[in-house]
Ligand binder design. Structure first.
Ligand SMILES: Cc1cc2nc3c(=O)[nH]c(=O)nc-3n(C[C@H](O)[C@H](O)[C@H](O)COP(=O)(O)OP(=O)(O)OC[C@H]3O[C@@H](n4cnc5c(N)ncnc54)[C@H](O)[C@@H]3O)c2cc1C
Length: 301
């Protein structure tokens, strides 16, 4: 039974499974749909089939598993999240309703400097703790001030914040500025709420990109929470995803050539590799044989 309790993420966010369809068995059924009179198969056979599908990118049966999540995330995270177009999103409206005063402030250990090499990332160098604490307080104060202005624009303000008292009184007496305008200066850290539907094939693609260490920490944690749920729903498919997608690497032509050269020189170290050999654990003989065939191909290049 999959818990529908929210998994808390960041300071006010969450990932909540609202509904779902399918599981590992559904993937197998979808894949075997064309085979008439197919009886109940052994679990190991189902596992082999799911692993075969994922290994060979026969991904359509994975689309038989669908998740609908409710996500509460800061707007800057949502902006990255909704780039994943092969999904369906319904977001709360800041035109229709008043946005609650909830914004993300990074924990002190996540206040990091700009990375020198990676223009899109953070440095691993530690920031002086007192400096980080001050930055965190300043970020909170900035966001609180923007929300005070928002209240004033909406006509519910009391103090002079951004606009003068006559304007506050005017807006209060006239029902406030349109909500679609009042919100426009709110910070990107403001939390928003989504209903988000995605099938397992596209969720795996999302997770491959967003669980990567190059993804921003604040979206990675949403990926981790959804991965936790997907793993409970489809443990076999998830294991195959980890083996053939998440922890797999793509090599360039130059990398293939270099690797082939190295492997040629060390044939004895790999040509008789066992199914279970130290840290290497192939799940089936077929997977070991496919690996050997790939290595032979590299060497022959
Ligand atoms: C680390 C990182 C940094 C990023 N930085 C930036 C950035 O700086 N700026 C920025 O704008 N984006 C950025 N992105 C977003 C990125 O470019 C993708 O838009 C996002 O990851 C979604 O991937 P996707 O298009 O594969 O997924 P989806 O939109 O879910 O699409 C899934 C797959 O469907 C197919 N597909 C979808 N739409 C089309 C289409 N129109 N035509 C053809 N095939 C399609 C493709 O095969 C695609 O892989 C970044 C993403 C990551 C992970």
């Amino acid at each position: 039974v999959i818990a529908h309790e929210p998994i808390h993420v960041l300071d006010h966010g969450f990932v909540k499974l609202i509904d779902m369809m399918g599981n590992d068995a559904r993937i197998v059924e979808a894949a075997r749909n064309s085979i008439a009179g197919e009886g109940v198969r052994a679990v190991s056979e189902d596992r082999g089939l799911i692993r075969y599908l994922i290994r060979n990118k026969h991904t359509t049966p994975l689309e038989s598993v669908v998740f609908q999540f409710q996500l509460k995330m800061p707007i800057f995270v949502c902006r990255q999240h909704i780039r994943h177009r092969m999904s369906s999103t319904s977001e709360m409206s800041g035109r229709y309703g008043v946005l609650p005063e909830e914004f993300y402030v990074p924990d002190v250990e996540h206040i990091q400097l700009q990375a020198e090499q990676n223009k899109q990332g953070r440095s691993t160098k530690l920031v002086d703790r007192d400096v980080a604490i001050s930055i965190r307080s300043a970020m909170r104060a900035d966001a609180m001030m923007e929300f005070k202005h928002y209240q004033n624009y909406l006509g519910g303000g009391r103090d002079e914040h951004g606009i003068g008292n006559p304007e506050i009184t005017y807006l209060r007496d006239n029902g406030g500025l349109a909500r679609e305008l009042a919100r426009i200066n709110l910070p990107l850290s403001t939390y928003t709420l989504l209903y988000w539907k995605i099938d397992l094939h596209n969720l795996f693609h999302y997770l491959k990109l967003r669980l990567d260490s190059h993804a921003q920490y604040e979206i990675r944690v949403y990926g981790e929470a959804m991965a936790q749920i997907a793993k409970q729903v489809c443990p076999i498919a998830f294991e195959a995803f980890e083996d053939f997608i998440l922890n797999a690497v793509t090599l360039s032509a130059q990398e293939v050539a270099l690797l082939g050269k190295l492997l040629k020189a060390s044939r004895s170290s790999w040509e008789n590799i066992e199914l279970h050999d130290g840290e290497v654990n192939f799940k089936t003989k077929r997977e070991r044989d496919e690996w050997l065939a790939k290595i032979e191909k590299l060497v022959d290049k």
